[in-house]
Structures are given as structure tokens and as C-alpha cells.
Design a binder for this molecule. Sequence first.
Ligand SMILES: [Zn+2]
Length: 178
Amino acid sequence: MPHVLVLNASYEPLGVVPLRRALVLVLENKAHCLEESGALMHSATRTIPAPSVVRLKRFVRVPYRGPVPLTRRALFARDGGRCMYCGGVATSVDHVIPKSRGGQHAWENVVASCRRCNHVKADRHLLELGWRLRHKPAPPSGLAWRIIGTGHRDPRWLPYLQPYGADDALARIDGISA
Ligand SMILES: [Zn+2]
């Protein structure tokens, strides 16, 4: 099922919902459609264009959401699909300080890694190997990361995500072949 980008009344991206949920928001007059997908939705009594982007009519106060969720997809995007040790094509996730030695599963301690580096490194510290990271790992910032990290994408969303870091996020995702 297609997904729809939901914007706050302030145009801030809130999230991505299944089309059916977005239609309910529109039909209940809680949101209006900003972009149509081109498809038509039929109910018993009417036909309406399927939305691709909707905007809430009332501003919703969003609680502080913490860092962007750490997913494999978002991590590979942050690291451009490249191994943070050797620059090769990344295929796995590595904990810089190994979990077995107290390393956290957090943005600051995980990197995309190629299978070989991951295997060679095993549960050792970088100092023991004399290795260096190509960049210091940090959480990505910008609301667009939350949307793009869902894996749902639609070119019609882009103008609404661009003020929130979409160019940076997408440029890195597009560098990933897998
Ligand atoms: Zn590598």
C-alpha cells in the first residue's frame, strides 16, 4: 500500500502513514491534501484523489523525539554505504567499541563496515589494531532523516523535506547501491 507524508500545520514533517490512514484524516476534515498521487480512491458514495502529502489543519505539539532511530538503513545512509574503516562497500554493521566490551548500540558507536574489516576487527578495540575511523560517528540530524529512514519514498515529498535536511540524507542514500 502506498504511504503518505503527513505535515504539521506548521509544515514540519511529522511522519509517514499508510494511505488508508491519510484518507481518514482528510475525510474527517483533520487534514487537507497538498499533493495528490494521481490515483483515485473509490468509496461507496464518492471518488477522491489519493493524497501523497497531507497537512494537518490544527498544529500538533510534538514531544521531543530524541535522536533519529538507529536503523540499518539510516546507518548505511549516514555512512554513504561505505566501510568506515577502509572505504570499501559496506555490508555489515560494526560496533566500534565491541558490545562484548561494553560498547553501546548507539549512533556514536556503530558504523557501516565491510565484511572483511568486521571479521578482522572482531572484538578488538581500534587502538589494539592501529585502525582509525574515516569520520567520527555521530547521530544524523534533521527531520528528513526520520522520514527517509522509514524506507518509504516519493519524489513529491522532496520539496517538503528539503528544508529539513533531505538533500543531505538523500544524497548519501543515493550513494548506496544496495
Ligand atoms: Zn572495510
